[in-house]
Design a protein around this ligand. Sequence first.
Ligand SMILES: [Fe+2]
Length: 228
Amino acid sequence: MGTTTPRAEPNLLGFRVNHRTMRADTRRLAELLDRVAAGGITYDRRRATALRTYLRLLCTGIHHHHQTEDDVLWPVLERSAGAAVDLRNLSADHAALDPVLDEVRAGADELVAVLASAAADQGRARTVAARLAAGLTRLSDLLDAHIEEEERLLFPVIRRYVSVADWTTVERAVRRGGSIRFELPRLERYAEPAEMDELRAIAGPVLRLLLAAMRPGFRRREAVVFGD
Ligand SMILES: [Fe+2]
């Protein structure tokens, strides 16, 4: 008899929006570099330097997210869900990301080097941009496949087996390593309005204040990197 109180489930909204942001922003950058490679957008030293900063922050954020899954989420899952989950393929995906992230960072360095030289050669810059576009496309494809698989396999397991307290620990660890000035305004770009409302309701007034403080600087950086 009696009623059972439904068990409180972890809220996966922040993770879902974070995943979407990584995927969508990487794809957007791959498409941008395709346009630079095709001569549709002209890059100079200033824009290449802004792009390099953006890509370094992006790569650090992607690496940190997956490292935190390995270091914090995986042990939580092994302890809470044990045999219900097999993390080997997802771990292999994580390891496969690192060399591609290195390739993207190196491509951004090379683009700056070409455009910073006295005789900045636009033809060479376009060749380097094409290589960087290929690296970003590879990164984007890896992220799409990996994150789709991870959400399909792990989200139901997290909801079912992981405690709200453990999930809070995971989310805190994910947040701790990233550059908040870079990550927060990007979340806002890729979250649906209703999702943003929910995130604001969870985080309280601090989120609104942080976004108001960080949005203008991020938009300026974004305009330099992505503008026509
Ligand atoms: Fe992952």
